[in-house]
Design a protein around this ligand. Structure first.
Ligand code: ATP
Length: 241
């Protein structure tokens, strides 16, 4: 089947509040089994692209005005967030939107939609710390633990595609390494990953392919190793050396 397994964004335009053009014809391909890094400065439109993929534009008064998102050749950009999750695409919320008053395990069960013991076990195997704290109130977890809980919640739906929005934001270096290793393990277990990151070096070190966005457009599209090796690109587009 042509395009089997592909998540494909084609010439996507997104407008906020009917007037503000934020994505100006974005095209991107996520191959099954891969880790793809989406990089770029604040305001480039990375979060907006993730919202378009997960069906969450509506909530922010955003609209797709042109182009398409297809999964395995089928358009998905007109589907609701719940339908998109059922197709196998889960997003880890920006800002770690966990439910602070619920326990760790309640948070995970809410994320699962359906009660799937196997998914809960998988999450606890990936994050032994969450198993230990399963009965603790989530609001009292540290920032890093809350981030892990947010990733765990997204995994409860058993996604084939995981969309991550800046998982390393605000974390200490040791925790960034931990999150990085977890993403590698999640991918190794068969989940395809689209990773939005400010930490370009971290993201490119685990990605197969990298895209760089600037003011609503993809300005660079290269194998991650090439982007990582090119000091000029890193300095000019990513603000890191
Ligand atoms: P960041 O890392 O800061 O989240 P980003 O690359 O993810 O940056 P977006 O959050 O997608 O960028 O924002 C892209 C542009 O769209 C910015 O100019 C932002 O101000 C604008 N924008 C984002 N959300 C909305 C909204 N709900 N309504 C209007 N404009 C918005």
């Amino acid at each position: 089947i042509p395009g089997a397994g592909l998540l494909e964004v084609r010439n996507l335009e997104v407008v906020y509040d009917d007037v503000m053009l934020v994505l100006r014809g974005v095209s991107l391909v996520v191959r099954p089994g891969s880790v793809v890094a989406l990089l770029g400065a604040n305001g480039a439109g990375k979060t907006t692209l993730l919202r378009a993929l997960s069906g969450l534009l509506d909530v922010h008064d955003g609209k797709i005005t042109k182009g398409s998102v297809t999964l395995e050749g089928e358009p998905v950009h007109h589907l609701s967030p719940a339908q998109i999750v059922r197709r196998g695409i889960s997003q880890v919320m920006e800002g770690r939107r966990i439910l602070a008053e619920l326990t760790v395990e309640e948070n995970l069960r809410v994320g699962g939609h359906t009660e799937r013991v196997s998914h809960l076990d998988r999450v606890y195997d990936l994050f032994p710390l969450l198993r230990e704290r399963r009965s603790n109130v989530a609001g009292y977890l540290s920032g890093g633990e809350q981030q892990m809980l947010a990733v765990g919640r997204a995994l409860m739906a058993g996604p084939r595609y995981l969309l991550l929005d800046e998982p390393s934001l605000g974390l200490a270096p040791a925790l960034v390494t931990q999150i990085r290793d977890l993403i590698v393990e999640i991918n190794r277990q068969g989940t395809t990953v689209l990773l939005v990151e400010q930490n370009a070096t971290m993201a490119l070190s685990i990605a197969d392919h990298g895209y760089v966005m600037e003011t609503g457009k993809i300005v660079m599209d290269r194998p991650a190793g090439e982007l990582l090796a090119d000091e000029d690109i890193k300095e000019f587009y990513l603000g890191t050396v």
